[in-house]
Design a protein. Structure first.
Length: 254
């Protein structure tokens, strides 16, 4: 009699389906369908606020205008698009050697967030030309480039991030000490590296053509971190390792 009463009491103590928890035949419980917490959205692309660099609200996303686009539409940049059979190029209306890098280089970097043409092409090609011919004028401007770089990475748009990674590789190789000048700012730009570092595409024995175009984000991040270490001096590796714990030194493999 006592055993039956005990079993009945235990059976009555089990939560019912009305409480939001369902029981299985083996005695376990599982949450009903649709009760899972919402996704964190860590990899979801975001459109930054043009004023502050933080993600904009949904209602303001379509009204986002970068400084680069605003100034280009106003005709403040001495550039024009040169259409040719071999591909579009930028025509500079002035000698690049006479440009004020403190003024123009950060403005071109602010265009890294652009995804529409011709703004995306103009910003990307303009940065390439300025870094290629900048020499020792690039180093003093590095602190002004951190905010637009961080803003571009925080969009979490794969195309924008891959473009920014290629620009960063050219930046650290554009002049002496530029890689070392970037080390104090690793904490601002490397969190996104750590987030997307292992986001590779695995097709087995298939062909992934983005590897040929250097658009595989995981490979680009690894390549960029290696260039950071090789150009950042003796303190580069320990600072990279602090922000990206899974990174292994490329110099130890040489």
């Amino acid at each position: 009699m006592q055993k039956v009463g005990t079993r009945a009491a235990v059976h009555q103590s089990k939560p019912s389906a009305a409480s939001g928890i369902a029981a299985t035949t083996s005695g376990g419980y599982f949450a009903p369908r649709g009760s899972a917490p919402p996704k964190a959205g860590a990899f979801k692309p975001r459109i930054p606020d043009p004023c502050h660099g933080f993600p904009a609200k949904e209602s303001n996303q379509k009204r986002e205008i970068t400084s680069f686009r605003k100034l280009y539409d106003r005709g403040d940049f001495p550039i024009a698009v040169n259409h040719s059979p071999n591909g579009n190029k930028i025509t500079w209306k002035v000698d690049i050697g006479k440009l004020d890098y403190h003024h123009y280089l950060p403005l071109f970097f602010s265009g890294l967030c652009e995804t529409e043409e011709p703004y995306a092409f103009l910003a990307r090609q303009g940065i390439h030309d300025l870094l290629e011919r900048g020499g020792n004028r690039v180093l003093p401007v590095v602190p002004q480039l951190i905010i637009p770089i961080k803003k571009a990475l925080n969009t979490r748009n794969i195309h924008v991030i891959t473009t920014t990674l290629k620009i960063l590789q050219q930046l650290v190789e554009s002049g002496d000490m530029v890689g070392e000048a970037l080390v104090p700012y690793y904490r601002q730009i490397l969190p996104i590296f750590n987030l997307f570092k292992n986001k590779n595409v695995n097709l087995g024995d298939g062909i992934y053509y983005s590897q040929q175009k250097r658009e595989n984000i995981g490979d680009l991040i690894q390549e960029t971190l290696e260039k950071f270490e090789m150009t950042g001096g003796e303190d580069a590796f320990i600072n990279i390792k602090y922000m990206v714990p899974t990174y292994e030194s490329v110099l130890s493999r040489v």
